[in-house]
Design a protein around this ligand. Structure first.
Ligand code: UGA
Length: 444
């Protein structure tokens, strides 16, 4: 008989996990305290934008393999319980584990003995060992998540690796089987999502079974290393600007070395989102607790924080900002999502407004989510074209395909000025220049 699964927390990770397991045939309950999220899922929709997720939820609800509730009684039936709740920042940069602890207490109170408790939320190393003391009758498994927003479904079915931190081999196997089942259902999942089939589906990735502490440290270290790569690229980009080199060419050159690799070396306005900034500051704070100085991560944070200012400084060297009509294209922290948490694009829009610019901003998915964080003087445009209309300067702050693929002619026809700041290095510099526009990139 297939396992009964409860997924606690209907954020990015929880909702994706629920939808994928339900489409793969498991009976899944999404448990969340927010009645709005519960109602949205039960109506067949995702509480946020992620390509393919609405379709999977609609499918799960219609086949009755997925339902959402706020009723904790449901935990009594569950064989496997996923914890996918948030870990907001404390003022000192450490993660706030209140929700994590609340969930563990709830599961200890309601779940049956022997149920498998799978921790998907990102937690500081050592957390699982403490939670095991709360969950005396259930089996604790650390199973960090590696999916990216914007490509969550593909990342989940075509994963590189599954990391399972667990001392109980039977529970570890049960968790591994869930992900193998999702992988085996790849074709069906893509069909339900109406997403193109990416050639042959590769074999399932490796499973690494390790200690709980190692699993927890693998998760934050992976994100910290990726953040380090981006800040490294952004540091060299500043040198490329001074030496008339092109950072894209430089990174293409070093990326061909298989020891280095090309990914996550794109210079930009810096990283944002709910993961990298929080995981880097969390890692620094864990290291401090253990008397270790992670100076390298302080440096990565410093470079990242400085990037919006660096780009605006480059713009200021070409033109006055005060009183100018400037279009900011993109508000999400990256393309493919409506998530605006710690988005450098919002920081750029707000800073320009503080500098006296008349900013019109537009994002294909994140206009509503961005609004509360934007300076109220900023006009939010309903379309790409309307955002550009009459702007003297355009800044590409998030690399949505509609901005990257628009012709240089489209920009020049709709703008009143000629200056394009490509804060994501996603446009073809030569094409922009050939169209008579002035191009400012990051390290180009
Ligand atoms: C990140 C990790 O990539 C996932 O593996 C992990 O599961 C997730 O955090 C998490 O911990 O939940 P995510 O934050 O969704 O995923 O997005 P990324 O694609 O990693 O991008 C993060 C930021 O880095 C974005 O602002 C993006 O624009 C920026 N970035 C990325 C660059 O500036 N340059 C690059 O070369 C790559």
């Amino acid at each position: 008989m297939k396992k009964q699964i409860t997924v606690i927390g209907s954020g990015y990770v929880g909702t994706t996990t629920s939808a994928l397991l339900a489409t793969s045939g498991y009976s899944v309950t999404a448990l969340d305290i927010d009645p709005q999220k519960v109602a949205t899922i039960n109506s067949g929709k995702s509480p946020f934008f992620e390509r393919g997720l609405n379709e999977l939820i609609t499918y799960g609800i219609s086949k009755k393999t997925l339902s959402a509730t706020s009723n904790t009684d449901n935990l009594k039936e569950a064989d496997i319980i996923f914890s996918c709740v948030g870990t907001p920042d404390n003022p000192d940069g450490s993660p706030n584990l209140k929700y994590i602890k609340d969930v563990a207490r709830l599961v200890a109170q309601y779940a049956k003995p022997g149920a498998v408790f799978v921790q998907k939320s990102t937690v500081p190393v050592g957390t699982g060992q403490k939670l095991k003391e709360v969950l005396k009758d259930q089996i604790y498994v650390s199973n960090p998540e590696f999916l990216r927003e914007g490509s969550a479904i593909l990342d989940s079915i075509l994963y590189d690796r599954i990391v399972i931190g667990c001392e109980d081999p039977v529970a570890a196997k049960q968790v591994e089987v869930l992900f193998h089942t999702i992988h085996k259902n790849s074709e069906k999942i893509l069909k339900v999502c109406d997403m193109p089939f990416p050639g042959n589906i590769p074999k399932a990735g490796k499973t690494l079974t390790v200690s709980i502490n190692s699993a927890e440290l693998i998760k934050v270290t992976a994100n910290a290393f990726l953040a380090l790569k981006i800040s490294f690229a952004n540091s060299i980009a500043q040198l490329a600007d001074k030496t008339d080199a092109d950072i894209t060419e430089v990174m293409d050159g070093i990326g061909l070395d298989t020891r280095i690799g090309r990914s996550f070396l794109n210079a930009s306005r810096g990283y944002g989102g709910g993961c990298f900034p929080k995981d880097v500051s969390g890692l620094i704070s864990t290291a401090v607790d253990h008397g270790v100085n992670l100076g390298i991560m302080h440096a990565a944070t410093e470079v990242n924080t400085a990037m919006p200012g660096y780009i605006l400084h480059k713009l200021q060297s070409k033109t006055e900002i005060e009183g100018k009509k400037i279009a900011v294209l993109g508000l999400a922290f990256k393309s493919g999502t409506s998530d605006t948490r710690k988005s450098p694009a919002i920081e750029i829009a707000n800073r320009l407004t503080d500098m006296g610019a008349l900013v019109t901003a537009y994002d294909p998915q994140a206009n509503d989510e961005a609004k509360p964080d934007l300076n109220p003087k900023i006009i939010i445009a309903p379309s790409f074209k309307q955002a550009l209309n009459g702007s003297v300067v355009t800044i590409i702050a998030t690399d949505w395909p509609e901005f990257a693929n628009a012709s240089p002619q489209f920009y020049s026809d709709n703008m009143s000025g000629k200056l394009i700041v490509d804060a994501m290095n996603c446009l073809n510099k030569t094409d922009i220049q050939n169209a008579g526009l002035t191009y400012i990139g990051v390290g180009r």
